[in-house]
Design a protein around this ligand. Structure first.
Ligand code: 2PG
Ligand code: MG
Length: 522
């Protein structure tokens, strides 16, 4: 691209002229600073590197630069990968990181994506994402790699939020009050009634996430009876520690090792479902929170489905293959479990291609039925599930969709169908807390980010906690801010700032709402 083509493509001459005119009109004593702030920020560079995720497996980290600063994001990665999800690009060279290196994805960012996005406005998320989709040209993003595209998409979203801060608020207020990431995401999706999600804390890990004999992947708790997110975190943490004590007393401390998402991973002896559930129930009883805490399961049944049968002992070497359950047995078992335990949600109760039984089971109305492996966050699969009323909640894994824009779209599809929406971690995580803001910004009502322990899991929960406390702190400090700035505001042409503050204050009250009992709201 020639210099002239570049200037034309990004309308730079026009933008510079506008900035000069704005500086002249303002009679500013500091024209260069004024002009720098007046020019809408564009992406100036995208630089990627290979880092390790929480499992010690390479993943992509990106630094995206605008003239407002540098914005960092990274891509998560899961144990299950389906044929309908966007494809993460790995090097495949067995001699390096056992084939898991992501240097090709990194190179694609540094060479191709950087060139394509330089000069673009990061507030235009859909344009940025479309530019990468166009560059990739494949349906599943396998040319550039979904890991490359997603990390850049998230970094651009963070840059877009920062750009709004600078343009929507006056500079002097910039350091005090800013438009946060969740707010930018809410704007992108047109969402206004925001709330804080109910966390689904993993207490027991099994399946592909742990080396114990538990076939099912996760037993989670939902503190739906908490009054605030802060209290939900307390309830989750206390139950987790009570569970640790229960397991220690019953099996010994050596059974308190944890799985990939931080859940405790004891070997259970009798009945893989009931014994795990009894441990969790005992822990809940010890907290005294009683019915304020509900239970959710991620069965991830595809992992132990053999043909049309299910092997609940698939991970016990001396029992495996001896006691298969039919689909009918599984349905009966779920019915019993929903009667005996406070189970409000079951994810992937059957094999990912068994649409008929998941539909039948959802129709029983026993609990929320979440499609994860069933849907793979794929718009076509979601559309089919809505049409066939196969399940009634979406598990959203952003890296399975591949861009922020597409993630917003699938959440809209699910919400329009009055489904529940669970924004989810992956078993391979980084410290990036983006999904926390995504969950608040899209008011999904539920977030599943693993156990209330391990740094990469807590990065998400702590970010929601930060949003809840930070928002109420800002909200309560607003009258003080107004008093402090009142004289200045009254005598200056900053009416729009006052209005903006009032609007934000009004919103902040809303934002502090913990969704609680209304966790399946649409
Ligand atoms: C799941 C996810 C997250 P993974 O199945 O819900 O817990 O697991 O990232 O390994 O696919
Ligand atoms: Mg799952």
């Amino acid at each position: 691209m020639s210099v002239q083509e570049y200037l034309d493509k990004h309308m730079l001459s026009r933008k510079i002229e506008d900035a000069v005119n704005a500086a002249v009109r303002a009679k500013t004593p500091d024209p260069s600073n004024h002009m720098r702030k007046a020019v809408p920020s564009v992406i100036t560079k995208v630089k990627a590197r290979q880092i390790l995720d929480s499992r010690g497996i390479p993943t992509v980290e990106v630094d995206l630069y605008t003239n407002k600063g540098m914005f960092r994001a990274s891509a998560p990665s899961g144990a299950t990968s389906g044929m309908y999800e966007a494809i993460e690009l790995r090097d495949g060279d067995k001699g390096t990181y056992l084939g898991n290196g992501v240097s090709r994805a990194v190179r694609n960012i540094n060479e191709k994506i950087c060139e394509a996005l330089t000069g673009m406005d990061p507030t235009l998320q859909a344009h940025v994402d479309q530019a990468m989709i166009d560059l990739d040209k494949t349906e599943k993003k396998n040319e550039l790699g979904a890991n490359a595209i997603l990390a850049v998409s998230i970094a651009a979203c963070k840059a877009g939020a920062a750009e709004k801060e600078a343009s929507e608020l006056s500079t002097w207020l910039f350091s005090i009050l800013s438009v946060p990431l969740y707010k930018h995401i809410a704007d992108l999706s047109g969402k206004t009634n925001l709330n804080l999600p109910v966390p689904a804390f993993t207490l027991i890990s099994g399946g592909k996430h742990a080396g114990n004999n538990l076939a099912i992947q996760e037993i989670m708790i939902l503190p739906v009876g908490a009054k605030k997110f802060e209290e939900a975190v307390q309830m989750g943490s206390e139950t987790y520690h009570h569970l640790k004590a229960v397991i220690t007393e019953k099996y010994g401390a050596h059974e308190c090792n944890v799985g990939e998402d931080g859940g405790l991973a004891p070997n259970v002896a009798r009945h893989v479902f009931r014994e795990g559930l009894d441990l969790v129930k005992e822990a809940i009883d010890r907290t005294g929170y009683k019915e304020r805490i509900k239970i959710a399961l991620d069965v991830a049944a595809t992992d132990f489905c053999i043909g049309t049968k299910y092997d609940l002992d698939s991970k016990s070497p001396n029992k495996s293959g001896q006691n298969f359950k039919s689909v009918e047995d599984m349905i009966e078992m779920y019915k019993e479990l929903c009667k005996d335990y406070p189970i409000v949600s079951i994810e992937d109760p059957f094999d990912k291609e068994d649409w008929d039984h998941v539909k039948y089971f959802s129709g029983l109305g026993l609990c929320q039925v979440v499609g994860d492996d069933l849907l793979m966050s794929n718009p076509k699969r979601i559309e089919r599930a809505i049409r066939e009323t196969a399940c009634n909640a979406l598990l959203l894994k952003v890296n399975q969709v591949g861009t922020v824009t597409e993630a917003i779209e699938v959440v809209k599809m699910a919400k329009d169908a009055h489904w529940g929406v669970v924004v989810s971690q992956r078993s391979g995580e980084t410290e990036d807390s983006f999904i926390a803001d995504l969950s608040v910004g899209l008011a999904t009502g539920q977030i599943k980010a693993g156990a209330p322990c391990r740094g990469e899991r807590l990065a998400k929960y702590n970010q929601v906690l930060f949003l809840s406390t930070d928002l109420s702190m800002l909200s309560s400090s607003f009258p003080y801010l107004m008093k402090m700035c009142g004289g200045f505001l009254a005598t200056n042409l900053h009416q729009e700032v006052v209005l903006q503050l009032l609007r934000i204050e009004e919103e902040l009250g809303e934002h502090s709402i913990y969704v609680g009992d209304d966790w399946r709201q649409s």
